[in-house]
Design a protein around this ligand. Structure first.
Ligand code: ZN
Length: 176
């Protein structure tokens, strides 16, 4: 049986630029949405996905870098430490990879799918992915971190992405 497929929104879609709403009361609908998002993330071979990427205007993210699945509601970074700069891709910006400077270690506070409070300490790639997904909840994309020169070369590529959705991004890059 075919599960309900959530459609990944691509750069240019206004859903990606809205600030997501905090969840005031966790209900069974959120658990289902998080499961659907996780399925979409795995199907897309991504390691993270935020609700705005599937057109849902709520603070929900899923992350799995291969060390276990996180399904989080209202995630918030409460501590940042150090610096790192990894090359990031994004399921919503296919074919574009940019180095983004972020904190190397973070602490995230969130609710899980049952509404229970969770505190997660993350570093390196996991910290990067959480920061990337939480950016999505603020309507922020990796292209916003591009330098002026990078933006010049990105413009044509972004126009093409907006005109026609590219097929699967190539390579072993990080897709979030
Ligand atoms: Zn992304």
């Amino acid at each position: 049986m075919n599960a309900t497929a959530l459609e990944i929104r691509i750069v240019g879609d206004p859903a990606l630029r809205k600030k997501a709403k905090r969840v005031s009361r966790v209900g069974p609908g959120h658990a289902k949405t998080l499961s659907d998002m996780a399925r979409q993330m795995y199907d897309s071979k991504g390691i993270g996905l935020a609700a705005p990427q599937v057109g849902i205007n709520e603070c929900l993210i899923v992350v799995d870098i291969g060390t276990g699945l996180y399904k989080l509601i209202n995630p918030r970074i409460v501590r940042r430490q150090g610096r790192q700069e990894l090359e990031e891709g994004c399921l919503s910006v296919p074919g574009v990879y940019l180095k983004v400077r972020r904190a190397r270690k973070i602490r995230v506070e969130a609710l899980d799918e049952t509404g229970a409070a969770r505190t997660i300490d993350a570093e390196d790639l996991l910290a990067c992915v959480f920061q990337h997904e939480i950016d999505h909840l603020e309507g922020k994309l990796i292209i916003d971190y591009a330098s002026f020169l990078e933006k010049l070369s990105l413009n044509k590529k972004l126009r093409n992405i907006k005109n026609e959705r590219l097929s699967e991004p190539q390579g072993q890059h990080t897709r979030l």
